[in-house]
Design a protein around this ligand. Structure first.
Ligand code: OAD
Length: 243
């Protein structure tokens, strides 16, 4: 692993355009459960009960209970050295984009700015009646929270299964993936589309692709670098010369 890290540091130094894709794994060391694997959220909850528009139409109280649980959990923890290392990297690269599938808001909290939250951010809410999007950092939104403007039912401002991603945001994410020298794929199982295809698009356009994960994924075999270990340890090592 040592050799790989040093080689990747060299690539970082010579890259003018860097794009990073993160998943739940980068927040794991903060204490946020991932979705898959042992202890994963989808072991305890059914996607079809809490993460689809049909689920919300059927039982909004249950869906809000799920999001209130996650709000409560995440309001008690904070970003970790992995998130922080990406802020450092952003400061040292002219053309930098951080694409995240995470809705926990920890990249924002850490200070990342050139950030695309492709699955949304669960600290924001959308009114199902007037479509207004607002930030609300309440630990608990209550059972059926209502819009302060029109009284409509609020929903989390996230993308659920079966919903389309914001076309503008995914367009920017694709562009950043197709136009980079290096793409880092951090803490994602690489099984949810369209995020999972971004690394392949980067590679097809000639970028070096590097995976940082505690275990092998279906994408590992296509990577130029596979760094196996926790993101909170490896990412700080990659940027240590920038501090
Ligand atoms: P997953 O739970 O599918 O995958 C998390 C990945 O992080 C796994 O590959 C783990 O091996 C890895 N991992 C765990 N701890 C790590 C650590 N400390 N350092 C590095 N890697 C670590 O989460 P995602 O890939 O983010 O979508 O899932 C993608 C999407 O599926 C989510 O955005 C969510 C989910 O259903 C929606 O809700 C729409």
């Amino acid at each position: 692993m040592e050799k790989n890290i040093n080689e990747l540091k060299e690539v970082i130094t010579h890259s003018k355009r860097i794009t990073v894709l993160t998943g739940a794994g980068i927040s794991a060391e903060s204490g946020v459960p991932t979705f898959r694997g042992s202890g994963g959220i989808w072991r305890n909850y059914q996607v079809t009960d809490v993460a689809t528009p049909q689920a919300f139409a059927r039982d909004p109280e249950l869906v809000w209970e799920f999001y209130n649980w996650r709000r409560d959990l995440i309001s008690k923890i904070t970003f970790n050295p992995g998130h922080k290392a990406l802020v450092t990297l952003e400061k040292h690269v002219n053309d930098f984009t951080l694409i995240t599938q995470n809705v926990d808001g920890l990249h924002r909290e850490a200070g990342s700015q050139r950030l695309l939250e492709i699955h949304g951010n669960f600290w924001e809410v959308t009114c199902t009646k007037c479509s207004k999007v607002t930030m609300d950092r309440s630990q608990n939104m209550g059972t059926l929270p209502k819009c302060s403007q029109c009284g409509g039912l609020l929903r989390p401002h996230v993308i659920w299964f079966g919903e389309s991603l914001d076309p503008d945001i995914i367009h920017k994410a694709i562009e950043a993936s197709q136009n980079c020298d290096l793409m880092l794929i951090v803490g994602t199982s690489g099984v949810v589309q369209p995020a999972a295809s971004l690394a392949y698009q980067a590679k097809a356009e000639g970028a070096v692709v590097a995976e940082i994960n505690i275990e092998q994924t279906p994408q590992s075999g296509h990577m130029d670098f596979v760094l196996t270990g926790p993101a909170g340890k490896i990412l700080p090592m990659l940027v240590e010369d920038f501090n």
